[in-house]
Design a protein around this ligand. Structure first.
Ligand SMILES: NC(=O)c1ccc[n+]([C@@H]2O[C@H](COP(=O)([O-])OP(=O)(O)OC[C@H]3O[C@@H](n4cnc5c(N)ncnc54)[C@H](O)[C@@H]3O)[C@@H](O)[C@H]2O)c1
Ligand SMILES: [Zn+2]
Length: 363
């Protein structure tokens, strides 16, 4: 955006000590320098297939386990099979687990690193836009239990992160939109002017790697402010869940047909719609932002979202207290805050109205 410093290395303060996220040209070559007898790689199978040559060149001798990045594989039921594989590779407490993949591989690796031998070192090479711009910092890991998404988890940051933008070249467009959704989220939390600049840069973000890089850097800088203030998500960091209560309910109601960051984009639009219906922002404001946000989810507007499944999922959101929904909404021009909203007919009608207006079909 030109008005903020964008360092190639970002240092983040954590309860475990500082850690660094560094932009590099060839992350796999860097990982190749790690000692073979002290490193275990946990690799996204698709990333391995796409970058086989580089893996063979730099990491041919390193021990690896491969995981297909799916929500089913990010389930507690599967964790023991990954641990058995690591044990077969003679994993020891002084080894470093290196995750190479997106948020799914990150969550699995972080969870294992926190619990195996009561804790070991882990590091991360994020290969999706979402992981590079958002999830790689912040310490969280979440694992699904049965049909319940992200039900168990830990706070444990990686020892270091290497961000290699070359990985983004092979991402499917839906995964790019998904990452952009989280970039929009963190820009909105920083301030409406940042959010509007990000929306205006929408075409450039998809066309210019340099512009995309500066938005990734800024997203990490903005997120860093919140996680350093509230690493355990007890207060100020809650606003990072903007778009997420609605977004998670959409993911659940559509059986994860819509990638996470795109569901979050729809979720932000719904949060703004709800804010407008509650008189917190003007209709013109909602409509202006809607035009930008809808660009990021238009490829998924034909997906059928079952209103009842959506409502039942949002009611179960883990952030709710009692029967009241805990939502992150916007107000006037500039503030974003956590609000208790009654799960009443009015809320349901607003959700129904949003889906009817902006999605092709709703059961
Ligand atoms: N721990 C956190 O803080 C946090 C934050 C946000 C999301 N998440 C979790 O992360 C998951 C979503 O992660 P994600 O969006 O990064 O993607 P992902 O890990 O689900 O991967 C998405 C798809 O992209 C593929 N892929 C990965 N890298 C690729 C590359 N370079 N080229 C081509 N294809 C590639 C994967 O194989 C997969 O098919 C969800 O489970 C979500 O709950 C965690
Ligand atoms: Zn998210």
């Amino acid at each position: 955006m030109g008005d903020l410093p964008v360092p190639n290395t970002l240092q983040i303060k954590s309860y475990k000590g500082d850690y660094k996220a560094e932009f590099v040209e060839n992350a796999l070559a860097e990982v190749g320098k790690l000692p073979i007898d002290k490193t275990q790689l946990i690799v996204d199978s698709l990333v391995y297939e796409l970058y086989k040559k580089q893996f063979e060149q730099y990491l041919g001798m390193h021990k690896k386990i491969f995981i297909v990045a799916s929500e089913d594989n990010k389930n507690l039921d599967q964790i023991s099979s990954y641990i058995f594989e690591l044990v077969k590779h003679e994993v020891k407490i002084d080894h470093t687990l290196v995750a190479i993949g997106g948020g799914i591989i990150q969550d699995i690796t972080c969870f294992i690193a926190t619990t195996l031998f009561r804790g070991m070192k882990w590091a991360f090479i994020p290969t999706t836009l979402l992981a590079q711009a958002d999830s790689c910092i912040g310490s969280k890991s979440s694992i699904n239990v049965g049909e319940f998404k992200n039900l168990v988890g830990t706070f444990n940051p990686p020892a270091w992160i290497l961000i290699d933008l070359n990985f983004l070249k092979t991402l499917k467009s839906a995964e790019i939109y998904s990452g952009l959704g989280e970039i929009f989220k963190v820009h909105m939390i920083k301030g409406i002017e940042y959010f509007e600049k990000a929306l205006q840069a929408y075409d450039q973000l998809r066309q210019s790697p340099d512009i995309l890089k500066s938005f990734i850097q800024n997203s990490l800088i903005f997120k860093k402010e919140f996680i350093e203030l509230d690493e355990f998500d007890k207060g100020p960091r809650n606003v990072m869940n903007y778009g997420h209560s609605f977004g998670h309910a959409i993911e659940s109601a559509t059986n994860f047909t819509i990638p996470h960051g795109i569901s979050v984009t729809i979720g932000m639009d719904m949060a703004n719609f709800q804010s407008y219906k509650m008189g917190r922002i003007k209709e013109e404001q909602f409509l202006k932002w809607h035009q930008g946000l809808a660009l990021n989810y238009k490829a998924f507007q034909a997906v059928i979202i079952d209103l009842n499944l959506f409502l039942s999922a949002i009611q179960k959101d883990k952030k709710n207290i009692g029967k009241t929904l805990s939502l992150i909404l916007v107000r006037d021009v500039g503030s974003i805050e956590k609000i208790a909203v009654a799960n009443d007919q009015l809320f349901k009608d607003n959700c129904s109205m949003f889906f009817k207006q902006y999605f092709n079909e709703v059961c």
